[in-house]
Design a binder for this molecule. Structure first.
Ligand code: PNS
Length: 158
């Protein structure tokens, strides 16, 4: 049974993430959306809040579950019996950033990485830009799932 892990910080999950998760679910029997917890980095949303958003977003996607992990992504993948990581690529810079990590993950644990190109209408969407625009009073409602809109506005909106 083909199982993949879709890792990320998801602070917060965006429609770009949802696009990649949904398309990964079309390619694999099972997909685990894995929130990587970075202890040294303070997120806008807590790990529990981010997990709650993710669970809501994948609720209607068959074969998709949500988990968090600390430490190495390869260890998490192996603990899940998954041999494939799925990542989205928006621009060439994403590939430059992701390629060494993909090679490292293959070196460390034999985990392969599959890159999915972002859909055209999501190529500019990132969690960090969404937060910046929201903090400056811009409208990001079309860029994040409905469950994120209210909390994002409450946390950052003017
Ligand atoms: O959304 P992001 O910030 O691109 O997600 C980053 C994440 C969680 C996927 C990345 O930081 C990660 O893989 N963390 C696990 C740490 C690890 O395994 N490092 C060594 C492999 S290169």
């Amino acid at each position: 049974m083909a199982k993949a892990v879709c890792p990320g910080s998801f602070d917060p999950v965006t429609n770009g993430h949802v696009d990649i998760i949904t398309r990964a679910a079309d390619c694999f029997d099972e997909v685990v959306v894995a929130l990587g917890v970075n202890e040294s980095k303070q997120g806008l949303f807590s790990v529990d809040e981010r997990l709650e958003f993710l669970r809501s977003v994948v609720a209607d996607l068959p074969g998709v579950s949500v988990a968090s992990f600390r430490g190495l992504l390869v260890e998490f993948c192996l603990s899940q019996d998954a041999r494939t990581v799925v990542k989205g690529l928006r621009v060439a810079g994403d590939f430059d950033y992701e390629q060494p990590m993909a090679q490292m993950n293959r070196h460390l644990g034999g985990i392969e990485t599959v890159f999915l190109p972002a859909s055209g209408d999501h190529g500019f969407v990132s969690s960090s830009l969404v937060k910046e625009v929201a903090a400056l009073g811009g409208d990001v409602s079309a860029l994040v799932p409905p469950v994120v809109r209210g909390p994002l506005h409450d946390r950052l909106g003017r």
